[in-house]
Ligand binder design. Structure first.
Ligand SMILES: C[S@@+](CC[C@H](N)C(=O)[O-])C[C@H]1O[C@@H](n2cnc3c(N)ncnc32)[C@H](O)[C@@H]1O
Length: 450
């Protein structure tokens, strides 16, 4: 069951509106149609509605605009009391639309009667507070599903250091198969299992496999399961890994339940003729030609309401300098074939536009004073002075769609499971959003005839 926003009663209508919103020219522009880095090359500011830009330009402090936009995502009624006065109606309507198209993120809390999971101290001491909270909430739900469905085995894919796997094995009396593509992660998990006194090959089994959605893994899982029912899980299964797991759950007979939380949507590979298993995976989304750019997928990884407001920060300087730099490179034709400067940016780089540009150009083997004059660099800085609010607001607008993007991705996974005949397919915000913004767990179970 998916808890739809209050304006909706039908999931497919909700999905159609989401897709239509993401395909609107404005959404396409701000989620990468014109990347913030290219804002001055393609004059992205002038392509926004003029009443919005005029209003933002009229504000005495552009940071107020950013705070107002981020606050607009909050669903609590009291948040509306902090909306900035004088905001154009058309902007308010657009912000309402974003809010109304986003799945709820308020943590789903299991009834008190359902037992909590006590994470053994030896395991808990290895986890940071955020991870411990995720493991407690995830293990409690998984244990509950297993105990109420006579499931004794769990397959944890993308198991990492084994925080969840080992907790389920040690505290819930479940046999766990922990699978990860990284030998280093598996080694860490094995060492922790030994410390916790778990028996390899019995309570816990480790497997180093990079999961790509092939049938071999289904065979390995089935052999390990020895004919028993399993729940397939993954906490923060990055990018396409969640999609491979969703497929695996439908094709592997011993897997009766799935509970997976995704993350790192920028690592999702898109559907194409050469990648027929790519995103979107559901027939519904494909038949509606859902198309999200890589930048839009990156947006899905953001959580602006969790940003900590720092009144002393050099507001938006990073995006501003980058956009001026890209304009300079473009105008002067300094790089061939659209090559971009790539370097590990340090805080010191933002001291001045000159320092920033010098570091960026050195990554392209270009030197100020040789390939471009000092005066030209200073000239660009002067020409764009006072326009940093534009790039800051454009960047904020792009991340504002984070929850809409994540809602589309999650619905695609829900539809796929339903299309494959899974039952009780749903989305549970399993973690506390302020602590763990990637908190949507997609769940489902196989019906009797699957
Ligand atoms: C974000 S971490 C989460 C780890 C763990 N589930 C947790 O919550 O602590 C994702 C893990 O998935 C693993 N991973 C990513 N893609 C994978 C793939 N295609 N196959 C197997 N493991 C993968 C990574 O090595 C990493 O350990």
């Amino acid at each position: 069951m998916v808890d739809l926003p209050s304006d909706y009663t039908h999931i497919h209508q909700f999905a159609r509106d989401l897709i239509a919103f993401m395909h609107e020219p404005r959404s396409v522009q701000i989620t990468g149609g014109i990347h913030v880095n290219d804002a001055f090359i393609y004059d992205a500011w002038s392509k926004l509605p003029s009443e919005w830009t005029a209003w933002w330009e009229s504000l005495s402090n552009p940071q107020d605009a950013q705070k107002d936009l981020i606050n607009s995502l909050r669903k609590e009624p009291e948040a509306r009391q902090h909306d900035l006065q004088g905001r154009p109606d058309s902007l308010s309507q657009w912000l309402n639309c974003i809010r109304n198209l986003s799945l709820d993120r308020e943590q789903f809390v299991l009834p008190e009667g359902i037992p909590h999971v006590e994470v053994p101290e030896i395991l808990a001491s290895r986890m940071v507070t955020k991870k411990l909270a995720e493991v407690k909430a995830g293990a409690r739900y998984i244990n509950h599903v297993c105990k109420t469905n006579n499931i004794t085995r769990v397959v944890d894919i993308g198991s990492g250091q084994g925080y969840l796997s080992l907790t389920l094995a040690a505290a819930c009396n479940l046999k766990v198969l922990a699978i990860d593509g990284s030998a280093k992660q598996i080694a860490g998990s094995k060492a922790a299992a030994e410390q916790a006194g778990l028996t390899e090959g019995d309570q816990i089994t480790h497997l180093t496999r990079f999961v790509t959605g092939t049938d071999e893994l289904a065979t390995e899982v089935s052999t390990w399961a020895e004919g028993e029912k399993c729940l397939l899980t993954g906490l923060h299964a990055c990018g396409s890994l969640s999609e491979h797991m969703i497929r695996l759950s439908t094709t592997t007979p011993c897997i009766s339940h799935i509970a997976v939380v995704g993350c790192c949507y920028n690592h999702i590979t898109p559907f194409s003729a050469s990648n027929p298993t790519g995103f979107p995976i559901s027939t519904f989304m494909r038949s509606h030609n859902l198309n999200l750019s890589t930048s839009a997928l990156i947006t899905g990884c953001q959580a602006p309401t969790n940003w900590i407001h720092n009144p002393n920060s050099i507001f938006g300087r990073k995006h501003f300098y980058r956009a001026v730099l890209e304009k300079l490179l473009f105008d002067k034709n300094l790089v061939a074939d659209g090559a971009r400067p790539v370097w590990g940016i340090r805080n010191g780089d933002l001291r001045s536009f000159h320092t920033y540009t010098s570091r960026a150009l050195s990554s392209l083997n270009l030197i100020i004073g040789k390939d471009i004059s000092e005066q030209e660099v200073t000239g660009y800085e002067k020409a764009y002075a006072g326009r940093s609010a534009e790039t800051a607001i454009l960047w904020t607008l792009s991340v504002l769609l984070c929850r809409v993007v994540e809602s589309v991705i999650v619905l695609d996974r829900v539809f796929y499971l339903e299309e494959q005949g899974m039952e009780e397919v749903g989305v549970l915000p399993v973690f506390e959003y302020r602590e763990s913004p990637r908190n949507l767990m997609v769940v489902g179970k196989k019906g009797a005839e699957l």
